[in-house]
Design a protein around this ligand. Structure first.
Ligand code: NDP
Length: 458
């Protein structure tokens, strides 16, 4: 037996033991355990070389949230009927700053999904280099088909409870799936009223009331900035490449916007109804139309396909069957599985960059790695959103708004520095593309771990 296989065997035992411990404590929490396994697989070998983290059980402590708040949200429909939802705020780690992470409104929301998102957030926020702790929250509320007034009543009822747990120095939520500018407006309006204080306790606010320029665009644009760095490091450029994007929300549409600006051809988008494929590629005008459809009218991509001959609509399907050079999953977790990854590989894909959080299953990531496809994990590639939320907090704290140019420059710099940190943290042997999964997890872990070590056992 060679030394290398000995090492692998030790890794496997150690990982299995660690996962058995986590499974006992978090039984049935599929998404949380999936995210934890990826992190542990990268970080355990690193802590073997740095026993100070292992002796203080830093990884185990990071995976146990500081606290989870669960509460009931009752609200009235327009017809007077009473609805009951459940909401959560997972305050995972305050080691690097006030808890920070979005709120998600979607019927699938549960404790496992929010814990996985908060865990990802901890290493992502660390990678930004900003003073941001990690949290995530949300409710099993479905805003689809609800009137504005119903959404307002829901947000107000939720904030009645949430307000006592958040604040600019405690916990600063933002948006996520189902929580956009409208919802943040209702949430912030009610927070301000209850606290009688105008303070930056939420980010993603409207520009009229303390929001930052470029916050809406930041995650999608940042994802393209990261992709450009990754391509450049491997002697490629984005100009002229064919790109498949999933999702048609905040992240997907601004990623499409920046990709078009950089000369790429965007062939697909998707929503929960299905995927569109435009063989000629989106233009800026077409994208504007889709943004108006999704952001202003809350419509479906099917309506867009019905109006445009030549645009194919694939009902209840994803975009991964289209031949492309680059794939950007920007909708939701586990939307790109091993079979989809294999289809993309057969179609010649050479880079996959996660705009969403954990959109690729573990099997998909393995298949991409085995095929030597460049792969950027969400915790690195989609960190632009939270980075600019951090910049929004700075503007609120100093009561001094920044220009769009300055914010964009900061976004660009942060994405470049995250790319550098990933590469510096883990150098792949020659002949293989960089392993950004290992790099992002190790670099993200190291900063949180150093803070936790400094605090002693707390
Ligand atoms: P949005 O709600 O704006 O958009 C989500 C898009 O994905 C919508 O088009 C939605 O379809 C589609 N979608 C959502 N769930 C499903 C599903 N189960 N199956 C198929 N399609 C689905 O959310 P965001 O763009 O803000 O977030 C997208 C992803 O990016 C999430 O993973 C989020 O955690 C992550 N992220 C977001 C950040 C941000 O700043 N907003 C920051 C970092 C990560 P439909 O239009 O039909 O609702």
């Amino acid at each position: 037996m060679t030394d290398a296989s000995d090492d692998t065997a030790i890794d496997r035992n150690e990982l299995a033991e660690f996962m058995a411990y986590l499974e006992r404590r978090n039984a049935g929490e599929r998404e949380f355990l999936q995210a934890a396994r990826e992190i542990a697989a990268a970080v355990l070998p690193f802590t073997r070389e740095h026993p100070e983290y292992r002796d203080a059980r830093i990884l185990e402590r990071l995976m146990e949230p500081d606290r989870i708040i669960t509460f009931r949200v009752c609200w009235e429909r327009d017809d007077g009927g009473v609805e009951i939802n459940r909401a959560w705020r997972v305050q995972l780690s305050g080691a690097l700053g006030p808890y920070k992470g979005g709120l998600r409104f979607h019927p699938s929301v549960n404790a496992s999904i929010l814990k996985f998102l908060a865990l990802e957030q901890s290493l992502k926020n660390s990678l930004t280099g900003l003073p941001l702790g990690a949290g995530k929250g949300g409710a099993d509320f479905d805003p689809k088909g609800r009137s504005d007034r119903e959404v307002m009543r829901f947000c107000q009822s939720l904030m009645t409870e949430l307000a006592r747990h958040i604040g600019p120095d405690t916990d600063v939520p933002a948006g996520d799936i189902g929580v956009g500018t409208r919802e943040i407006g209702y949430l912030f309006g009610h927070y301000r009223r209850q606290k009688n204080a105008f303070e930056g306790a939420l980010t993603g606010k409207g520009l009229a009331f303390g929001g930052s320029p470029i916050r809406r665009e930041a995650t999608g644009w940042g994802c393209i900035y990261f992709l450009e760095e990754m391509l450049e490091a491997h002697d490629r450029g984005l100009d002229g490449l064919r790109v498949a994007i999933s999702g048609a929300g905040n992240v997907a549409l601004y990623a499409a916007e920046k990709a078009l600006e950089r000369g790429a051809t965007v062939l697909t988008l998707s929503d929960s109804g299905g995927a569109i494929h435009d063989p000629e590629g989106l233009t800026t005008e077409k994208l504007r139309e889709i943004m108006a459809l999704k952001f202003e009218r809350r419509g479906r991509l099917r309506e867009y396909a019905d109006k445009h001959s030549g645009v194919e609509f694939r009902e209840k399907s994803n975009p991964w069957g289209v031949e492309v050079d680059v794939a950007l999953p920007c909708a939701t977790q586990n939307e790109l599985d091993r079979a989809s990854a294999e289809r993309l590989i057969r179609g010649g894909v050479f880079a996959v960059c996660e705009g969403a959080n954990m959109p690729c299953t573990a099997g998909a990531v393995d298949a991409l790695r085995d095929a030597n496809v460049l792969f950027a994990p969400g915790k690195a590639a989609n960190a632009g959103g939270v980075a600019i939320s951090g910049v929004e907090q700075t503007q609120n704290a100093t009561r001094m708004p920044w220009s769009a140019e300055r914010v964009n420059e900061q976004l660009r710099e942060i994405m470049q520095s995250i790319h550098r940190k990933c590469v510096d943290a883990y150098d792949e042997p020659k002949g293989k593309v960089n392993d950004y999964v290992r790099g992002a997890n190790i670099a993200g872990f190291r900063r949180v771990a150093d803070a936790m070590l400094a605090y002693g056992v707390v």
